[in-house]
Write a protein that binds this ligand. Structure first.
Ligand code: SAM
Length: 315
């Protein structure tokens, strides 16, 4: 393991060197601001902030007084050049978003790209991000994950995306707002096998933090039981789809073809039941396989004219 470097071994100089410091800030709990982030925010000359009113609270808390420059989704390209000019003249400039890591479902990437393009240093100051915070507490054995940011807001597009993600062999993580959490968890429960494990992180690091790990099919009921569970900020992680080799290799090719044909005519659950009767295999395994095939079809568009719906889709 690479030994950690102590700041005292290599002390920071009095003035920070010129560059863009991309600083992660807390996603809820102020004390999650790192010592290094605190030090950098106190010493930079200027700071690009997504919402200067939000950032001022954090900066006041640590007694930092850099020049604040609004840098949000609507002015990022323009502001990027202004920040580049400051760095060119020797200034240390920080970039923060309202919460978490800049550039992760937040503005920041354009500024970072502009600084790279100008040949100037970009220095990450890592810290909280909701996606990594939830993954660390999810307990999924699959090490690979796919981060989706926010799913599409429109219902049809969101359902299509979830159908595609249902077959992902990587863990899938996405953000969701409280306005759409009920619809999204309904759609998720319809898109994956009933027992697929989902972990919901609500209000992570905050007073009412909640981490709920349960089968997908139970989530709509869980949300309905308590209105508090529908409040706050959410990040959701979906376990990887079961491996395609759940079925015997010798069975897999003809069974895939049978499932595709049945799914073209029947809802997925019914298709799985018919295939189970015909083959003697477990309906549950066949259901998982059919869902995985449907996800793959959405990705590769190789079943683009096959309308594969299940009971819930038709409701
Ligand atoms: N840049 C941030 C990061 O690194 O996580 C994400 C910004 S994105 C605009 C905001 C979304 O992140 C929220 O709508 C929510 O889905 C998720 N999020 C942020 N803080 C969270 C928290 N404390 N608990 C759960 N989800 C959170």
């Amino acid at each position: 393991m690479t030994p950690l470097e102590k700041d005292s071994v290599r002390p920071e100089p009095d003035a920070l060197s010129a560059g863009l410091y991309v600083v992660a800030t807390p996603i809820g709990r102020l004390s999650d601001l790192s010592l290094r982030a605190t030090d950098v925010l106190r010493r930079v000359d200027a700071l690009g902030a997504e919402d200067t009113r939000v950032s001022r609270q954090l900066l006041d808390h640590i007694g930092a007084r850099p020049t604040l420059i609004a840098c949000h989704a609507h002015n990022e390209a323009r502001t990027a050049q202004a920040l580049v000019e400051r760095i060119r003249t020797g200034q240390a400039v920080a970039l923060i978003s309202d919460a978490g890591t800049p550039g992760i479902s937040d503005p920041g990437a354009r500024v970072v790209a502009a600084v790279h393009a100008a040949g100037l240093p970009v220095i990450p100051v890592p810290g909280p991000s909701a996606v990594i915070t939830l993954l660390s507490a999810a307990g999924f054995l699959e090490p690979r994950f796919r981060f989706e940011g926010f799913l599409p807001a429109r219902a049809t597009a969101r359902r299509e995306r979830l159908q595609e993600l249902a077959g992902s062999q990587d863990v899938v993580v996405f953000y969701e707002s409280p306005h759409r959490i009920v619809e999204t968890l309904d759609d998720l429960a319809n898109a994956v096998e009933p027992e697929r494990v989902v972990v919901i992180g609500r209000e992570l690091t905050k007073r009412f933090e909640q981490i709920h790990r349960a089968a997908a099919s139970t989530l709509p009921q869980w949300l309905a039981e308590d209105s508090d569970r529908r409040r706050g900020e959410f990040v959701i992680a979906l376990d990887a789809a079961p491996p395609a080799d759940t079925l015997q290799a010798t069975d897999a090719v003809p069974m895939d073809a049978l499932l595709r044909a049945l799914c073209a005519e029947l809802p997925v659950r019914q298709a799985a039941r018919v295939a189970a009767q015909a083959s003697g295999l477990r309906a549950n395994d066949l259901y998982k396989r059919a869902v995985a095939l449907r996800g793959r079809a959405a990705t590769e568009a190789d079943l683009s004219d096959t309308d594969v719906t299940d009971d819930a889709d038709q409701a």
